[in-house]
Design a binder for this molecule. Structure first.
Ligand code: ARG
Length: 462
């Protein structure tokens, strides 16, 4: 019999039960549901809303249910509809009438809002740590590749020289923003919805502050209608995770290109690559491809849930039950991807020679050649034109800027002297780029130090 069956003359249709039930997926909220109920019972006792002995009995029995659920001893049946009713029914089976007092001054609407928030707070904190582990891997990789010269690209055309360390620090900075976004979301969502009742609070003398403190919330939601119907935090988390996955997907794309024969900048460890069932020579970057592919899944959850929430009037509507699967799937996906991605990055080997060889072709020091003339007094636009002609000449005569003779240089401008060769040397090009944020050793060292400091400062904050 349903907890709410009193008003009805008939049982619900079996198909209705199947569509209506959320227990098949919200059972993962059992810890939050039970801890939330313990805090609620404790408050009801303290406020004399129910007798203290009954509150104590409820709390003790809930602890027993929690232990049994941890061990998988309690089956989740769709006849219980959702995790909230499942726990309450079990409680009443165990302690009879006292169990029936737990739901005083509470509704499933503020209860589910509480459980979901508590669960998401923990998930966000876990994901935040996983992102920082990836950042740490990038710091290590950077420290080993401070002088690994490679071409940097715009339009996927070789553009200017940089180092692999500089490149990795770009991703570290993207991930730092992901961590900050998650932390920011945690601050905003840290409000207790319990006590909002079904939608307009309650006539009982509840103490929401007490429950908030017991459950580790910084504040209580200030408006009960908003308290039960706010899912902004879920949408924010989905947005934050979408941006994070977009970063991982961009990185994956580069890794996939870098381990192709066309690039061969890196080689993935065998433990993080896969083979082909037909082509014996293949070593495929499936992990990077899966991360890139799963990004679509996380975007899908964001779009899906934004659409669920669109046009919902206040306050609770059953549509909102659709929050869970979308968010759970996104969280599971990100948590599955991050550790493998980190291990893949940690174990990949960097082919410094191939990167250096690629940097030597494509005229990526042409800007430096123009800058050389600017430093001798020529306006940049004129220098740019002369070097454009030089490059054109090199292409038609199959030469590089490095192996042109001084006579050839001088035929384009008398300004060129012997020191041009040093100015266009790739090491010089990189190490002269000392501007803040650039690839020179000192600049990248500062970037690495800054990320390290960020990781240290954020290590202990939840
Ligand atoms: N299972 C429901 C959910 O996930 C719990 C809240 C139900 N409230 C209600 N009035 N039907 O949203």
């Amino acid at each position: 019999m349903k907890l709410w069956s009193g008003r009805f003359d008939k049982n619900t249709d079996q198909l209705v039960d199947e569509l209506n039930a959320s227990i098949t997926y919200d059972n993962r909220l059992f810890r939050e549901d039970i801890t939330g109920s313990m805090a609620h019972a404790s408050m009801l006792g303290k406020q004399n809303i129910i007798p203290q002995e009954e509150a104590d009995k409820i709390i003790e029995a809930l602890a027993g249910i929690l232990a049994d659920m941890e061990q998988g001893k309690i089956p989740f049946n769709i006849s219980d509809e959702d995790i909230h009713m499942c726990v309450e029914a079990e409680l009443t089976r165990r302690i009879g009438d006292s169990g029936k007092r737990l739901h005083t001054a509470r509704s499933r609407n503020d209860q589910v809002a509480l459980d979901f928030r508590m669960y998401m707070k923990n998930q966000v904190a876990e994901i935040r740590v996983l992102v920082m582990k990836l950042m740490e891997a990038l710091v290590n990789l950077s420290e080993k590749n401070m002088d690994t010269i490679m071409p940097a690209y715009t339009h996927l055309q070789r553009a200017q020289p940089t180092t692999f360390a500089h490149y990795m620090m770009a991703y570290a900075n993207m991930l730092k923003r992901d961590v900050l976004r998650l932390e920011d979301c945690l601050i905003r969502m840290d409000e207790l919805p319990l006590g909002s009742g079904a939608l307009t609070g309650t006539t009982y003398p509840i103490d929401r502050q007490y429950v908030a403190e017991k459950l580790g919330f910084a504040r209580v939601c200030e408006n009960s209608l908003d308290g039960v119907s706010d899912r902004d935090y879920a949408i924010e988390i989905l947005s934050d995770l979408s941006i994070l996955m977009m970063h991982l997907s961009r990185f994956s794309e580069e890794i996939i290109m870098w381990c192709s024969w066309e690039f061969k900048f890196i080689e993935l460890d065998d433990a993080y690559s896969t083979g082909s069932s037909i082509m014996p020579q293949k070593k495929n970057p499936d992990i990077a491809e899966l991360v890139r592919g799963k990004t679509g899944r996380v975007y899908g959850s964001l779009m899906g849930f934004l659409t669920v929430m669109k046009a919902l009037p206040l306050a609770y509507n059953k549509d909102m039950q659709e929050d869970k699967e979308q968010v759970f799937d996104a969280v599971d996906t990100v948590k599955a991807c991050l550790p493998v991605f980190t291990a893949m990055v940690e174990t990949m080997s960097v082919n410094k020679t191939n990167m250096r060889n690629a940097a030597a072709r494509g005229f990526i020091n042409a800007t430096d050649c123009a800058d050389y003339m600017v430093k001798k007094g020529l306006p940049f636009r004129d220098a740019y034109t002369i070097v454009g002609r030089l490059v054109n000449y090199c292409i038609s005569s199959e030469k590089t800027l490095e192996n042109l003779s001084l006579e050839e240089y001088k035929s384009f401008s008398p300004m060129f002297e012997e020191d041009v060769y040093n100015a266009i040397d790739l090491e010089t090009c990189v190490n002269m780029r000392r501007s803040q944020g650039g690839p020179a050793y000192e600049s990248v060292s500062a970037q690495v130090a800054s990320i390290k400091k960020f990781l240290e400062d954020n290590a202990n904050e939840a």
